[in-house]
Ligand binder design. Structure first.
Ligand code: PLP
Length: 380
């Protein structure tokens, strides 16, 4: 077996989601799959694509219409990439994989946020890169000085940014973005910005990808799994300048050839005609976030208010129990499944992730159960 692959484990999010199936009547708040159906016009576009036999390989980079539409879409947020600087991938996951594979040599260092989406660390380990982590502030925003210090001390090649964050929901402020841009200008690094949740933001949007003066140091990764609630249709994309793209394209080509053809037509239709559905879903996530905040505050749990995505990451430190053990107990006795913070790295210890992409009724029932569980176990 490959020694690097043996070093990693199947994602803790999945492992925990599977435990839920074994507990009768348990409610799962574990998975990042929105509970909305794929917008009807997107389904129709996919069906039409099948009926018109658009079922062959597409070009490796993906269909030109979709790349053109992504270029226009990003332009609306001040991010400028030409269609030829965009590659359609098999979800954001394959985008991340192809980018990291193309960039990193064995032993080179990547600087990751902690806690963070587990794929960053695990892909890095698989390809032999050395992982260095930068801790986040109490409210899960970045501490510019910490990042600077790590970049100064360690010989970092790649800096990973992830906003809105899974699992914390944190985003970048204008000041933080500008400070990051200054550091990126100064240092000899490449930045990957994973913006899978950029359509689900409850505040102003800022990204280092908006700064054209550092365009040759930034690789942008995103996709349509969350924005159009189409996680199973597997369409993501990478945008970057040619010096990176020409290498990323090789990994992409030999790994997957191209993204699923019919789903590319679905994403195209979504970008052209689904903005009302996207806004409806965003508003609904915001209402659910407000509800979760209210319930967590009533339970007197410390929690930073998420500014995007559909996750909330309360502290469970006051219960003096490892996160994994706490979540097991909550599942077995309280019949609610949340993901232990440690699934997002060791800096997630003391937290649990609640995914609030579930209906308001489900969330209410889950919080009622969490309340009884805490009352029964932790309040005399
Ligand atoms: N990046 C982040 C931060 C995510 O949370 C996810 C999925 O949950 C991905 C990337 C991967 O997205 P996809 O399902 O499109 O592969």
């Amino acid at each position: 077996m490959n020694k690097q692959v043996e070093k990693i484990q199947i994602s803790g999010i999945r492992r925990f989601a599977e435990k839920v199936n074994k507990v009768e009547g348990a409610i799962s708040l574990t998975i990042g799959q929105p509970d909305f159906s794929v917008p009807a016009n997107i389904c129709e576009a996919i069906t039409k694509a099948i009926m018109e036999n658009k079922t062959t390989y597409t070009s490796n980079a993906g269909i030109e219409e979709l790349r053109t539409e992504i270029s226009r879409h990003l332009g609306n947020f001040g991010i400028k990439y030409d269609k030829d600087e965009i590659c359609i991938t098999v979800g954001g996951s394959e985008g991340l994989y192809s980018v990291l594979f193309a960039l990193m040599n064995s032993g080179e260092k990547i600087l990751l946020p902690g806690p963070a989406y587990p794929a960053y660390e695990n892909i890095s380990i698989m390809i032999g890169a050395e992982v260095v982590t930068y801790p986040l502030k109490e409210d899960f925003t970045i501490d510019i000085n910490v990042i600077k210090e790590k970049l100064d001390k360690e010989n970092i090649k790649v800096l990973m940014l992830s906003f809105p964050s899974n699992p914390t929901g944190a985003i970048l402020t204008k000041e933080q973005r500008d400070a990051l841009i200054d550091i990126i200008k100064e240092k000899d690094i490449v930045v990957i910005t994973d913006e899978m949740y950029s359509s689900i933001i409850f505040d102003e949007y800022y990204s280092v990808a908006q700064a054209s003066e550092i365009k040759d140091k930034v690789i942008y990764v995103s996709g349509f799994s969350k924005i159009f609630s189409m996680t199973g249709l597997r369409i993501g994309y990478v945008a970057c300048v040619n010096k990176y793209m020409k290498e990323i394209m090789k990994v992409h080509q030999y790994g997957v050839s191209c993204a699923p053809s019919i789903a590319q037509y679905g994403a195209l239709e979504g970008l052209r005609n689904s903005s009302e559905d996207v806004e409806r879903m965003r508003k609904s996530f915001e209402r659910r976030k407000d509800y979760c905040m209210k319930r967590l505050k009533e339970l007197q749990l410390e929690v930073a208010e998420p500014k995007g995505a559909f996750y909330i990451f309360p502290s469970i430190k006051k219960f003096n129990m490892p996160a994994e053990e706490f979540c097991e107990k909550l599942l077995n006795e309280g019949k609610v499944a949340c993901v232990p913070g440690t699934a997002f790295g060791s800096l997630g210890e003391g937290y649990m992730r609640i995914s609030y992409c579930y209906s308001e009724e489900v969330l209410k029932e889950a919080f009622d159960r969490i309340e009884s569980f805490l009352n029964n176990n932790f309040i005399n």
